[in-house]
Design a protein around this ligand. Structure first.
Ligand SMILES: [Zn+2]
Length: 163
C-alpha cells in the first residue's frame, strides 16, 4: 500500500514514519497554535463575497459598454471593482483552501491579503461617486474587509501549524 507525501507528492510506503524524499513526517501532525481552520473558512467566505462583487462589477461594466446610457461616474470604476473582486475571489479561495490544508503559509497569507486590498479598491473606486451601480463597492466592501482581516489575523498567528 502506497500513499502520496502531502508535501512533495511522491509515492511513499504507508508504513514509513517520514517521507524518504523530503523528510516530512507521515503521521498526523498535531495542531500547534490554533486557528488555520477558522482562518481558512473565513477566507473562503470573504472570497465568495468578493466573487459576487467581481461578477456584479464586470457585469454592470459590460452592460454600460453596450448601452447608450452615460453614467455620472467613470465606467472604469466598475471595471476596477470587478477585476479586483475576481482576483480577490481566486487568490482568496486558494489561500483559504491552503489554510485548511495547513500548507504554503506564504500563499495563504497572500490570498487573504489580496481580498483586503480588493476591499480597499472597492471603497476607493466607489466612494467619490453616488450612483446606484456602485453600491456593491460600498456595501460589500465592508464584510469583505472584516472577514479578510479576521482571516489574515487567524492565519498569521497559526504559522507554526503550516508545513
Ligand atoms: Zn515528501
Amino acid at each position: 500500500m502506497v500513499l502520496n507525501c502531502r508535501k512533495c507528492g511522491k509515492e511513499i510506503s504507508e508504513e514509513a514514519n517520514y517521507c524518504s524524499y523530503c523528510g516530512r513526517s507521515i503521521k498526523a501532525v498535531p495542531w500547534k497554535t490554533g486557528f488555520p481552520l477558522a482562518g481558512g473558512i473565513l477566507a473562503i467566505s470573504a472570497a465568495c463575497a468578493s466573487m459576487f462583487v467581481g461578477v456584479v462589477g464586470i457585469g454592470n461594466f459590460a452592460l454600460l459598454l453596450t448601452s447608450d446610457y452615460t453614467p455620472s461616474y467613470p465606467r472604469h470604476a466598475l471595471l476596477l471593482i470587478g477585476i479586483f473582486g475576481l482576483a480577490g475571489f481566486a487568490f482568496g479561495l486558494a489561500g483559504g483552501i491552503l489554510s485548511l490544508q495547513r500548507r504554503h503559509f506564504a500563499w495563504a497569507t497572500f490570498g487573504t491579503s489580496l481580498i483586503m486590498i480588493s476591499s480597499l479598491v472597492d471603497f476607493v473606486a466607489s466612494t467619490p461617486y453616488s450612483a446606484l451601480n456602485l453600491w456593491i463597492g460600498q456595501f460589500f466592501g465592508i464584510p469583505k474587509l472584516i472577514l479578510s482581516t479576521l482571516s489574515l489575523t487567524l492565519i498569521a498567528i497559526s504559522k507554526a501549524d503550516f508545513t
